[in-house]
Design a protein around this ligand. Structure first.
Ligand SMILES: [Zn+2]
Length: 52
C-alpha cells in the first residue's frame, strides 16, 4: 500500500516552535509533489501522526 504524504481531511499540522496548528478540512488533490506548510521559518510537521 502506498503511503502518500499528501494530507487528507482531518490531518493536523503543527509548528513545533510556537505550537500553532493547521487542520486540513479537505483532501489534497494535487497530482505531483506534496504541499508543505511553514511557520516560524520552519516546515510544519504532522501532529499526532500514527504509524499504520
Ligand atoms: Zn510557529
Amino acid at each position: 500500500m502506498s503511503n502518500d504524504a499528501r494530507p487528507v481531511e482531518g490531518n493536523t499540522f503543527e509548528c513545533e516552535t510556537c505550537g500553532m496548528q493547521i487542520l486540513v478540512t479537505a483532501d489534497c488533490q494535487c497530482e505531483s509533489g506534496e504541499p508543505f506548510f511553514s511557520c516560524c521559518d520552519k516546515q510544519m510537521s504532522p501532529a499526532g501522526s500514527t504509524s499504520d
